[in-house]
Design a protein around this ligand. Structure first.
Ligand code: MLT
Length: 272
């Protein structure tokens, strides 16, 4: 079911689905330059057993109006949108799975509202803050988007999200994503990059969180270095770890079967 809710003057779009266990809702948070549809293969797999909430973050997909957010771009502001959705659905506790930038939001949520999370997952994501080099690259990308627009940025950046062999075997998947996201509002992309630059290190959250944490790690992920993920996945008291072979930054598409099985196993392991 599609839902729209209004927060201040911003409209938030999210989908609610799944017939499964209403006691343990699962919120799937997409990453940068995506929308909730990146989870479609996971939704198809998980919906039998879980109640699912799949937002489009402010400024992505069917949630418009990032321009309405006047304060400095921050991951924390995006986190509040997610909380607004949980409140509207009267969900006290959920499992949150965040892809990449969605993982940064998940960590910020775990920091501010730890009691609202039974467990969480970092799907190609990291608790480290940006390195100086990464911040410099993001600023260059912001300039590129301002000068050339979203379509050219998406055309050049999306292929880098996939492992080499996958994009050779599935050019149609890469082309479909480029097509789907080439109309992305430039203001949203710039907001997200600025918010990511501004975010702090949150490894403390990995060490202090009481529940289980899932890591899905791409050994060929160009956005999240494998070494960073390997350093972090032992930090939580209880970690579930999947490193599919030959996987880039889009395991939900590149390694659907393995990722879906791992998600099911992780969710089944959570006491409720
Ligand atoms: C994402 O997929 O959300 C981004 O690649 C995250 C990042 O650039 O750090």
């Amino acid at each position: 079911m599609n839902k729209l809710l209004t927060q201040h003057s911003t409209t938030l779009f999210y989908r609610v689905g799944g017939e499964g266990n209403p006691g343990l809702p699962v919120l799937l948070l997409h990453g940068f330059a995506e929308d909730g549809s990146v989870w479609d293969r996971q939704v198809a797999h998980l919906k039998k057993d879980h109640r699912l909430i799949i937002p489009d973050l402010p400024g992505s997909g069917r949630s418009p109006a990032l321009a309405e957010i006047t304060e400095a771009p921050s991951i924390e502001a995006l986190t509040e949108s997610v909380k607004t959705i949980l409140d509207a659905e009267a969900i006290d506790q959920c499992v949150m799975i965040g892809h990449s930038m969605g993982g940064y939001i998940t960590l910020a949520f775990a920091e501010k509202y730890p009691d609202r999370l039974k467990a969480f997952g970092l799907f190609h994501s990291t608790a480290y803050e940006d390195t100086g080099a990464k911040k410099t690259n993001r600023r260059k990308s912001i300039e590129f988007i301002r000068r050339h627009g979203s379509a050219e940025f998406i055309r050049q950046s999306v292929p880098n999200l996939f492992a080499e062999h996958y994009k050779q075997e599935h050019p149609e998947v890469v082309a479909e994503l480029i097509e789907r996201y080439s109309g992305f509002p430039p203001a949203s992309l710039i907001y997200y990059y600025s918010a990511m630059i501004n975010r702090p290190d949150r490894t403390r959250i990995l060490r202090e969180f009481r529940g289980p944490v899932l890591f899905i790690i791409g050994d060929q992920d160009n956005a999240i270095p494998l070494t960073d993920s390997l350093e972090q996945c032992h930090m939580p008291a209880c970690a579930h770890i999947l490193i599919p072979e030959d996987c880039g930054h889009q395991g939900m598409l590149e390694k659907t079967g393995q990722c879906n099985r791992m998600l099911s196993e992780f969710l089944r392991s959570i006491p409720h």
